[in-house]
Ligand binder design. Structure first.
Ligand SMILES: Nc1ncnc2c1ncn2[C@@H]1O[C@H](COP(=O)(O)OP(=O)(O)O)[C@@H](O)[C@H]1O
Ligand SMILES: [Mg+2]
Length: 431
């Protein structure tokens, strides 16, 4: 494979140094300024991850690194991305796919600054890294941004990240308005504010969200739900940058970065006249689409770890770890409710778990409420999780020649616990 890769890359016009061991690669990387490192995770003298970790400690500017990992080892890929790897492909990989990644990340001659590897904040999948990279670019300009994606994918999270990048180290307001939650009657005063006595119950004057967001970011969530009359008023504000409170006379100048979000496709709404076309173009200067969680598997484990860590940090006295197969069981569930569902599932499991380990059963109660929510995953989850757990235990037992003590050690549970599980899962010790 190394030879084939070298030949193809040279054909593409790259100069290639090929090393067959971590040792010789390490020496060469320390002595040469490479634009990119492509590394198999399995090397004769260690893992690619170990090599990468040593490089990060010893070499001031490690080039962008793409790893080649074994088939089905998504966990491994996530671990490598966590270490700061740029991207990965899994074996067997398509060379065009790898070339695409190389071309996307290789900036010839542009050596990375020391310590510039940005820790991911939104996810480790290439989709979310692309989103993050786009945010870095958008942050420099105050263009109106539209974020689309299914409910729960993290649109507001993305908006907050953009806000943080646009106003680094500065206390600027981030004002979020859920256009679906504000009643039509109150929307005008919510948006524009009102003067005292403007209507019955207006005991004192109040600033609207445009004024509140002045100097910062105004986030309109579910913009598709904004009534047409209000859409027109919003358009006027975006054009003039002036607002007048309800019942007031004075026009006040406002300056904010507008970020809108929607889980609906606005184009059909424009066609049917439910959304103003001129507003559509105005808020949609930059468009970011956040893909559903089922299309970025690497993020599932990464987010799950983050959520678990957050609970552990908040309650160190009741710290929990992943039980055998529990974390893996999350990877293939379709997550119709996206990140929000994953977050709630782990929270519930964390609360419900009786021991220091989160088990498949603890996660199960989370899945069930989703089923009740209307959408059913392909398989019955109880049996799906059971088969995950069973497969994992059989695999470890097999590797350890069915020696229960050793297998229990590898699974991180007691021998007694393993016996119990084997009985429950009908794993025959003599099979
Ligand atoms: N990258 C992320 N890291 C941590 N939490 C996230 C991330 N993305 C989403 N969440 C969490 O998931 C939930 C849903 O996210 P949200 O931004 O409200 O989704 P949306 O606006 O697309 O419906 C929130 O509780 C949010 O904190
Ligand atoms: Mg939301």
């Amino acid at each position: 494979m190394g030879e084939a890769l070298r030949d193809r890359l040279e054909l593409e016009g790259f100069a290639v140094d090929w090393h067959e061991t971590a040792g010789s690669a390490r020496a060469a990387i320390a002595a040469t300024r490479y634009d990119m490192l492509i590394c198999d995770d399995r090397l004769p003298d260690g893992t690619g991850g170990e090599l990468f970790a040593t490089l990060n400690e010893t070499v001031p500017a490690v080039p962008p690194t793409v790893f080649i990992t074994g088939f089905g080892s998504i966990d491994r890929a996530v671990a490598l991305l966590k270490l700061g790897a740029t991207d990965y492909v899994t074996k067997p990989f398509d060379i065009e796919d790898l070339l695409g990644k190389i071309n996307a990340h290789c900036r010839p001659g542009e050596a990375p600054e020391a310590g510039s590897s940005r820790a991911p904040t939104l996810g480790v999948s290439s989709a979310m890294r692309d989103v993050e990279a786009a945010l870095h670019q958008i942050a420099a300009y105050s263009s109106h941004t539209l974020i689309t994606g299914e409910s729960g994918v993290g649109k507001e999270e993305v908006a907050k990240r953009l806000h943080a990048l646009a106003f680094p180290g500065r206390e600027r307001p981030f004002v979020a308005v859920d256009c679906g939650a504000v009643s039509q009657a109150l929307m005008e005063s919510e948006l524009f504010g009102h003067e005292r006595g403007a209507f019955t119950g207006a005991m004192r004057s109040r600033r609207g969200v445009f004024e509140q967001a002045d100097g910062g970011t105004l986030f309109f969530d579910e913009i598709a739900n904004m009534p047409l009359a209000m859409q027109m008023k919003l358009l006027r504000v975006l054009q003039d940058r002036l607002v007048t409170r309800v019942g007031g006379e004075r026009r006040r100048e406002v300056d904010f970065r507008l970020v809108c979000a929607t889980n609906r496709d606005l184009k059909p709404l424009v066609r049917s006249g439910e959304f103003r076309e001129d507003l559509y173009y105005r808020i949609n200067v930059v468009h970011i689409d956040v893909p559903p969680l089922r299309e970025r598997h690497e993020d599932i484990a990464w987010l799950a770890d983050r959520f678990l860590e957050a609970h552990n940090e908040a309650h160190p006295e009741a710290s929990r770890a992943w039980g055998p197969a529990a974390r893996e069981s999350l990877l293939h569930y379709p997550w119709p409710g996206n990140v929000r569902e994953l977050k709630h599932c782990i929270e519930r499991a964390w609360v419900m778990s009786r021991g220091p380990a989160l088990e498949c059963e603890d996660l199960l109660s989370g899945f069930e409420s989703v089923e009740a929510g209307g959408r059913t995953p392909d398989t019955d989850l109880r049996s799906y999780l059971r088969s995950c757990e069973r497969a994992r235990i059989v695999e470890v037992l097999e590797r350890n020649d069915w020696v229960v003590g050793r297998s229990a050690g590898e699974l991180g549970i007691s021998r007694k616990n393993l016996w119990e599980r084997m009985r429950r899962l009908e794993i025959d010790a003599l099979s």
